[in-house]
Design a protein around this ligand. Structure first.
Ligand code: MN
Length: 309
């Protein structure tokens, strides 16, 4: 893999339709206000894409209005991420609820396919595995389904976005997962994804876990993308998220993993998602989001060594 200097391009996604709380659409603003540009250096900030309002139905089906707008927004975001990749830059996508991951990860998969590469791997740092379908979801929230779609399962609002599946589940590694629904667990196991819990991270140490994640996700050609959901962290240190799940990661072990992953030359795209400033306390979660972005983008003076794409 040849290497070249690559600038970071930041794009916000003002999206909350896939989650539980409208405040998540304000995540990109909060992350910028917490010092993102200073942390990243001379990155290019492309501003935000904004989802339109849509009325969500209660229950396990969010309804046609939400599904239609999530599909429209996802196709717009997917095109924007592909344009960043086409410029040879590193996309750093700010959320926004995690349903935006369908677009980011589909963009990476489509670019890889066009260039004749294997589907890139995925390191998914999250309390959740986001692998329900409309048939299994207990909540009806699309942010818990987008990865099933990316791995090729049928989830109608993401059908056009993921084109039957654009990533290889055997190269997907979950880090920090601890809140997995029963039927969802069977889906993840059948797909062959690797799930690393906070307990395992504590037993083996964060560096060993990061190394394993990079080996699995980077299998074949070393190319991968990273999605960082702030709810991977313990709610005591990151209260500003949509879904609080106790027993989460501490910051020092997380920083060790993100530093190692951010040093990997094969990282093609980074997502920082689920920051909900309406639940935050004194901007703590937004500041951790900024630090996570800085570590994952591997930034020293705005550029990093990266594969030529
Ligand atoms: Mn999550």
């Amino acid at each position: 893999m040849s290497t070249t200097l690559r600038i970071v391009e930041v794009l916000g996604a003002q999206l909350s339709l896939g989650g539980r709380c409208a405040g998540t659409a304000d995540g990109p603003r909060a992350i910028r206000a917490a010092g993102l540009s200073k942390r990243l250096g001379a990155m290019r900030d492309l501003g935000d894409l904004v989802a339109r309002d849509a009325a969500r139905l209660p229950g396990r089906d969010p309804g046609a209005a939400v599904c239609t707008e999530v599909e429209r927004f996802s196709l717009e975001l997917r095109a924007a991420v592909e344009a960043i990749l086409a410029r040879g830059a590193l996309p750093c996508i700010l959320g926004g609820d995690h349903s935006l991951g369908a677009a980011t990860q589909a963009a990476v998969g489509r670019v890889a396919r066009r260039r004749g590469w294997a589907p890139p791997g995925l390191i998914w740092i999250d309390a959740h595995t986001d692998s329900n379908t409309m048939a299994t979801t207990p909540s009806g929230n699309l942010h818990g389904m987008m990865l099933a779609a990316i791995h090729g399962l049928e989830v109608p609002p993401f059908r056009r976005v993921v084109e039957g599946g654009l990533r290889d589940p055997r190269r997907t590694v979950y880090v920090g997962a601890r809140d997995i629904d029963e039927e969802e667990r069977a889906i993840v196991e059948n797909l062959g994804c690797r799930v690393i819990t906070p307990e395992e991270i504590r037993q083996r140490g964060p560096l060993a876990v990061a190394e394993e994640a990079l080996v699995l996700a980077g299998a074949a050609d070393g190319r991968l993308s990273v999605s960082f959901d702030l709810d991977c962290l313990d709610p005591s240190i990151a209260p500003g998220v949509d879904c609080h799940v106790d027993g989460g990661l501490a910051w020092p072990e997380t920083a060790t993993m993100l530093t190692r992953i951010g040093q990997h030359a094969g990282v093609l795209a980074v997502e920082i998602v689920e920051v909900n400033p309406s639940m935050d306390r004194e901007g703590r979660t937004a500041r951790l989001a900024v630090e996570a972005a800085g570590l994952l983008c591997g930034c020293t003076a705005c550029a990093r060594l990266a594969p030529s794409i």
